[in-house]
Write a protein that binds this ligand. Structure first.
Ligand code: SF4
Ligand code: SF4
Length: 348
């Protein structure tokens, strides 16, 4: 598999990496089998996190006896020295390894948190010490906020930046990537399928694979998914006119008020699955009524009617989305569609 250099870390990683979020949802033996299959296919870059519950342990099982040549990345959401120290210890144990190639500060999406991780006397001191001891090889950062990510890159304190990157939003390619290149910071693309909003795998990865120095880490849950992405990697990447038009159409459809389904807005006091409700307008366009008006979507939309408009979720959304307004719009739209469907279904 094609390898790329991850900025100043000088790590050579497979251009297609493995994102460790979805394997949490699988039974353990299936999860281990998915990771092993990815290794068999030549993926040498694996990203996980202390926050991804069972992910590290499952990856640890899958890589046993196969550590050599792998680039392992994990991360900590903690912002205290003690917390990061504990997370690092847990990650080493769960992954069953003596060192981690890339240790990242996870989800640094506001300036207050950036200041904390940049403070040389804060958790940075812990990771620097671990780096000196050879337990961590390189230090990286992940973020969902463009402004914070840019400052992180400019600080020259991180070897890599991980940021959501897909064709829906232009800023990563136009603003963050050139800056990362200037500072020789490795670029890792998360959410290549926009958190599940993009279902055309070919277009999504053709777009991403155009950038020769970007490593993508799609979350992989099924073996056929990885086979599909590898096919795109191996075929010519030139976009056809039809594909370019489709990108344009999707950009217009999803617009700027586009929820990335990161769930940073949680928890909601009313237990509203905000990210589902936020994309309801798109679900209405894509799904057949039998699915749209039953099960978890119906439950989510029912819960959305209990929104108290407290606004706490908006303070946490790194994209500054008007969540309250969008919940109201989507709930009204959903119920109007449901009524239309029920009227059509009544025999005359
Ligand atoms: S505004 Fe609504 S969705 Fe947001 S946290 Fe409050 S109750 Fe939950
Ligand atoms: S509303 Fe904002 S924080 Fe919540 S899932 Fe969407 S993008 Fe993420």
């Amino acid at each position: 598999m094609e390898k790329i250099r991850l900025g100043k870390s000088e790590l050579l990683v497979s251009k297609l990496g493995f994102g460790g979020i979805p394997i949490q949802r699988l039974p353990e033996d299936e999860a281990v089998a998915v990771v092993k299959r990815c290794l068999d296919l030549g993926i040498t870059f694996i990203d996980t996190a202390n926050a991804y519950t069972t992910s590290e342990k499952r990856i640890g099982k899958a890589i046993r006896g196969r550590r050599q040549g792998l680039v392992l990345a994990t991360k900590s959401t903690s912002r205290t020295s003690e917390g990061v120290k504990n997370h690092l210890k847990q990650s080493l144990q769960q992954l069953g390894v003596e060192s981690i190639d890339l240790y990242q500060f996870h989800g640094v999406s506001d300036f207050k948190n950036l200041d904390i991780v940049l403070d040389p006397n804060g958790p940075m001191a812990v990771v620097e010490e671990a780096k000196k001891a050879g337990v961590i090889k390189h230090i990286g950062i992940t973020s969902h906020s463009m402004d914070v990510a840019k400052e992180a890159v400019k600080s020259d304190c991180f070897a890599t930046i991980m940021f959501p990157f897909n064709f829906i939003t232009r800023e990563p390619a136009e603003e963050l990537l050139p800056l990362a290149r200037e500072h020789d910071v490795g670029f890792i693309a998360m959410k290549p399928l926009a958190g599940g909003m993009l279902d055309n795998v070919t277009i999504a990865f053709k777009y991403l694979f155009q950038f020769p120095d970007v490593a993508a880490i799609p979350g992989i849950e099924r073996i056929r998914e990885i086979d599909e992405i590898i096919r795109v990697l191996e075929e010519p990447r030139q976009m056809t006119e039809a594909e370019q038009n489709e990108i344009q159409r999707l950009r217009e459809e999803l617009g700027t008020k586009f929820c990335r389904r990161c769930d940073y807005c949680q928890p909601c006091s009313e237990e509203i699955p905000i990210s589902t409700v936020m994309v309801a307008d798109s679900l209405i366009k894509r799904l057949p009524p039998a699915r749209l008006f039953s099960d978890w979507i119906a439950d989510s939309m029912e819960k959305a009617t209990h929104c108290t408009k407290c606004g706490e979720c908006e303070d946490r959304c790194p994209y500054g989305l008007p969540i309250r307004e969008m919940i109201e719009e989507n709930t009204n739209l959903y119920h109007a569609e449901k009524m239309k469907y029920q009227e059509q279904a009544v025999p005359r």
